[in-house]
Design a protein around this ligand. Structure first.
Ligand code: CA
Ligand code: CA
Ligand code: CA
Ligand code: CA
Length: 153
């Protein structure tokens, strides 16, 4: 397993694992234009290779689709033809199949502490869901930085 990291000028950089946990910097694989905050990897379009979403300073979350060789195509208007937007500072992102329908969704936290859900329509286009804590916003009170998804309980 390799990893990607976003930086303060919007570049997303790929580090490749030699298989033993030793990494080599490979290259800049994407540029989101301004500060690259949250990142989450999953096969969002269901074609068998790993894609990722990235959140930026303006609160927009964009999708990068893998061509199968580790080259990525930048997709912007991924919420039913509009940008996926959490308002400001898209910090934490975490991907999982949250609605159990077989495709990979994601949650995103913002600068105001609100965490929203983005449900995949199966091909990498998403529907923005708010008020996901029993009809109210999921709110951590202040800035929602890191997020991680797992079956915790
Ligand atoms: Ca894919
Ligand atoms: Ca692909
Ligand atoms: Ca799903
Ligand atoms: Ca779905």
């Amino acid at each position: 397993m390799d990893f990607v990291s976003g930086d303060g000028v919007g570049e997303i950089e790929l580090f490749l694992n030699d298989g033993t946990g030793s990494f080599t910097y490979d290259k800049v694989i994407a540029d989101v234009g301004n500060t690259a905050y949250g990142l989450a990897a999953a096969d969002f379009d269901g074609d068998g290779d790993m894609d990722f979403v990235s959140g930026n300073f303006d609160g927009e979350i964009e999708l990068f689709l893998n061509d199968g060789t580790g080259s990525f195509t930048h997709q912007t208007n991924i919420c039913s033809g509009s940008p996926c937007d959490v308002g400001q500072f898209a910090y934490g992102l975490a991907a999982a199949d949250f609605d159990g329908d077989g495709d990979m969704d994601f949650v995103a936290g913002n600068g105001g502490g609100i965490i929203d859900l983005f449900l995949n329509n199966g091909t990498g286009s998403f529907t923005h869901q708010t008020n996901i804590c029993s009809g109210s916003p999921c709110d951590v009170g202040n800035t929602a930085y890191g997020l991680a998804a797992a079956d915790f309980a």
